[in-house]
Ligand binder design. Structure first.
Ligand SMILES: [Zn+2]
Ligand SMILES: [Zn+2]
Length: 360
């Protein structure tokens, strides 16, 4: 990719987590050839929250029923695959990728981390894709995610992984939020997303947008365009939905439990080679927690295993995205030598000084 499309992100090596740093200078016109270094300043907010104290869970049975139905309908959709028309299967895969992009390129990299900028049409497109994912409005998503980065593995982390795999996977959505989440929400700066007209529109019409994009259109289009049965079209919509949901959930559960830590061995977030089989580019989570403002969420960058980065790079080449922030190779290596666990991004043992592979 042309160097002028990217900005180099400078991290203060002494700051434990850069997720909650305020960006003080990121103004750059689309496709500007001017390189602008990004300055960060720490906010003065206390980052400590209780880790995982005793707790009585208050189950939301309405949400449990909704999730149980979605999963039964989705699994039935998988059972119906042999009798679905090939066009419906292609359509389901395509809409799965769109809904994944809505979460990875939209809610995560664009709105949560501001790791790149986009023009208004692309932002609207990503907002519609994110609505398809049934993961609440982007405003809710961003607030929860910024809390996750700032208070990782404490009670103020909405999906605190210290409470176990199931809780961090989806259990946290089935119970009332911990009071610490609401308390610490007040310390999160969300002024950018509350000043974003696209996200405010989505927030206002989130129920209508979700029904339309997640179920109504994905059911009607196959029925009207190529004569699919209602049974197949309806249930394959839920198959798409549960695959997208669980891929997102796995980042919060498996990527905080299993894997290796090339960049920071002191945090629970891991890189997981097995999860990277699904090439969303989000499973290099140890990298992402160490350098949360990198638009690639991975050292890999633009490769076969990072579909979201490829998408953003194409948008940048078309002039629809700009100010792509990335960490320099030099900073990456220094950080690996200082706090890594002695592995590379694939989990292979390396010499931390030279970063060369070591024979075992
Ligand atoms: Zn995480
Ligand atoms: Zn993140």
């Amino acid at each position: 990719m042309a160097a002028w499309l990217r900005q180099q992100v400078e991290y203060d090596e002494n700051v434990p987590c850069a997720a909650d740093l305020k960006i003080s200078s990121v103004k750059m016109p689309p496709n500007s050839e001017k390189q602008e270094s990004v300055q960060y300043e720490e906010d003065n907010v206390e980052r400590i929250a209780p880790q995982a104290g005793p707790r009585t869970y208050k189950v939301s049975y309405r949400v449990v029923l909704v999730y149980v139905y979605w999963h039964i309908a989705g699994l039935y959709g998988a059972y119906l695959l042999p009798e679905a028309k090939w066009q419906t299967i292609v359509f389901t895969v395509a809409t799965l990728w769109l809904s994944i992009l809505g979460v990875t390129a939209g809610a995560h990299r664009l709105w949560s981390h501001q790791s790149y900028k986009v023009n208004r049409p692309l932002e609207i497109f990503l907002m519609l894709c994110q609505s398809m994912s049934c993961q609440n409005s982007a405003i809710h998503w961003v607030r929860d995610h910024r809390l996750h980065h700032k208070y990782t593995d404490t009670d103020a982390d909405p999906h605190n992984s210290i409470r176990g795999f199931f809780y961090s996977h989806c259990g946290w959505l089935l119970v009332e939020k911990h009071p610490e989440v609401a308390k610490k929400s007040k310390t999160i700066d969300v002024s950018d997303i509350f000043n974003n007209p696209v996200l405010l529109f989505q927030q206002k019409y989130i129920k209508e947008l979700t029904v339309l994009t997640a179920v109504a259109l994905p059911t009607l289009i196959p029925m009207v365009c190529w004569g699919e049965t209602f049974n197949c079209a309806w249930h394959l919509s839920y198959l798409r939905l549960i695959i997208n949901l669980n891929l997102t959930f796995l980042i919060n559960s498996a990527n905080h439990a299993y894997g290796h830590k090339p960049y920071d061995k002191h945090i629970t977030a891991t890189n997981n080679v097995y999860l990277s089989i699904m090439p969303t580019g989000e499973t290099y989570h140890n990298y992402h927690h160490t350098f949360p403002l990198d638009y690639r969420t991975s050292e890999l960058g633009n490769t076969f295993a990072n579909f979201t980065t490829i998408f953003i790079d194409i948008c940048a080449k078309l002039g629809w995205a700009w100010d792509l922030k990335a960490v320099s190779e030099d900073m990456l290596k220094k950080r690996m030598a200082r706090t890594g666990d002695g592995t590379d991004l694939w989990g292979k043992k390396i010499d931390q000084g030279t970063q060369a592979p070591v024979s075992q």
